[in-house]
Design a protein around this ligand. Structure first.
Ligand SMILES: Cc1cc2nc3c(=O)[nH]c(=O)nc-3n(C[C@H](O)[C@H](O)[C@H](O)COP(=O)(O)O)c2cc1C
Length: 159
C-alpha cells in the first residue's frame, strides 16, 4: 500500500474514473472523487452549455464532500477532463479549498483532442506552493487501449 499517495478524480462520462481506478490499482493508492452538490445535465450538449456558463461566470460549484486528511498524503494524482480548454470549475473548488504546500501533484488530463490546453498552467497558478510534475494527457478514445496502459505505467515510473 502506498498510503502517502492519493488519486483524486472528477468525471462526467466516467473516463477519468476509469483512468483513476487504473492508477489506484497500479500504485495501490487511496482514491477520492470530487462530486458536486449540483447535478450536471445528462446529455453532452446540455452539459457543454452548462459548463460553459459556469466557466464564464468563474463559478465554484459547492462540493458534496471536501477531503479532510490531505496532510496524510505527499503525492496527489489529479485526474480530470478538459472542459472548454480549462479545468472543470469543481476542480478549482477542490484545489482552492485545500493547502497543497509541499505536496507533489501529478496531473492527468482526459480530453477529446485538445490535450492539456490551459490546465497545467491553471493547476500551478492555483497551487503555487505545490510541486506540479509533468502531466500526462489521454484522449477519450484511447482510454481502454493497451498503449494507454503502457504510457501510464511509464509515466508513473512502473516498468
Ligand atoms: C462540458 C465539456 C466540455 C469539454 N470541452 C472539451 C475541450 O475543450 N477540449 C477537449 O479536447 N475535450 C473536451 N471535452 C471532452 C472531454 O474532455 C473528454 O470527453 C473526457 O474524456 C471526458 O472525461 P470524463 O469521461 O471523465 O468526463 C469536453 C467535455 C465536456 C462534457
Amino acid at each position: 500500500m502506498n498510503t502517502n499517495i492519493l488519486v483524486v478524480y472528477f468525471t462526467w462520462s466516467n473516463t477519468s474514473k476509469k483512468i483513476a481506478k487504473k492508477i489506484q490499482t497500479l500504485l495501490q493508492a487511496d482514491i477520492f472523487q470530487i462530486q458536486t452538490e449540483k447535478t450536471y445535465p445528462d446529455t453532452y450538449l446540455a452539459c457543454v452549455v452548462d459548463a460553459g456558463k459556469e466557466k464564464m461566470k468563474k463559478e465554484r460549484p459547492v462540493l458534496r464532500d471536501y477531503l479532510q486528511n490531505i496532510e496524510r498524503y505527499e503525492k496527489i494524482v489529479l485526474v480530470f477532463p478538459n472542459w472548454w480548454g480549462s479545468l472543470p470549475m469543481p476542480v478549482f473548488t477542490f484545489l482552492e479549498h485545500l493547502d497543497f504546500s509541499g505536496k507533489t501533484i501529478l496531473p492527468v488530463c482526459m480530453n477529446g483532442g485538445s490535450g492539456f490546453s490551459k490546465t497545467m498552467k491553471q493547476i500551478q497558478e492555483t497551487c503555487p506552493t505545490a510541486k506540479v510534475l509533468e502531466g500526462i494527457e489521454i484522449k477519450k478514445k484511447a482510454v481502454d487501449s493497451e498503449k494507454t496502459q503502457k504510457r501510464l505505467e511509464k509515466w508513473l515510473g512502473i516498468e
